[in-house]
Design a protein around this ligand. Structure first.
Ligand code: GRF
Length: 201
């Protein structure tokens, strides 16, 4: 399956995916990496792997709809079977979401702590168990149908950085597993909220 990956930062999830795709049995191939800003580590990782990149910054466009159209067009050029949002920190627009099935990874147990500061918010709330969620993207902020989740315990001395690093270790493993299954076997829809992996493998 052809994957286009969208990133905004360090790209450690992207790197894990690139490493997984090196095995032909994984069943997926990253055909392009897109970003909403230049100069980020995620883009360097793609370039180092010889994968085409594109950058579509929001401030370059008159409004959000024009940005949405440009990101959709840039992504469509690579004809993805699935788009992967791997630390992409912009809300995808309606045109994009109508064009592609997109999967996102989030560093909390949704529906708890959606948004850009999930780890900070979970710590501030005082939860003892948090984790990560892989879900399909819909028009809301981290509200799309959940595909898979894993838990991570919060430690007494955790700060945002230590907790996020521990979540990211689990998150990368879950993310790689889910994307491989989706790429190989596809997914099914039981209702609006219940899309799931076919789980053949
Ligand atoms: C991940 O924890 C992701 O869930 C969150 O931002 C982080 C991105 O990490 N939205 P990286 O860029 O893949 O290293």
């Amino acid at each position: 399956a052809r994957l286009v990956v969208l990133v905004s930062g360090a790209g450690t999830n992207l790197q894990a995916l690139l490493d997984a795709c090196a095995d032909p049995a994984y069943g997926a191939r990253v055909v392009a990496v897109g970003a909403d800003r230049p100069g980020i580590a995620g883009l360097s990782r793609a370039e180092a792997a010889g994968i085409p990149t594109f950058v579509v910054p929001v401030p370059d466009f008159a409004d959000r709809a024009a940005w949405d159209a440009a990101l959709t067009a840039a992504t469509a050029e690579h004809e993805p079977a699935l788009v992967i949002s791997a630390g992409f920190m912009k809300i995808l627009g309606p045109e994009f979401l109508a064009a592609f099935t997109t999967v996102n990874t989030h560093p909390a147990l949704l529906p708890a702590f959606p948004g850009a500061h999930a780890v900070r918010d979970a710590l501030a709330y005082g939860v003892k168990l948090t984790g990560c969620t892989v879900h399909f993207v819909d028009a809301g902020v981290d509200t799309g149908p959940i595909i898979a989740q894993e838990t991570v315990p919060v430690r007494w001395h955790d700060d945002e950085e230590t907790l996020h690093e521990r979540i990211k270790v689990v998150e990368r493993r879950l993310f790689i597993d889910v994307i491989g299954r989706l790429a190989r076997d596809g997914w099914t829809r039981r209702s609006d909220r219940h899309l799931s992996m076919k789980c053949k493998s």
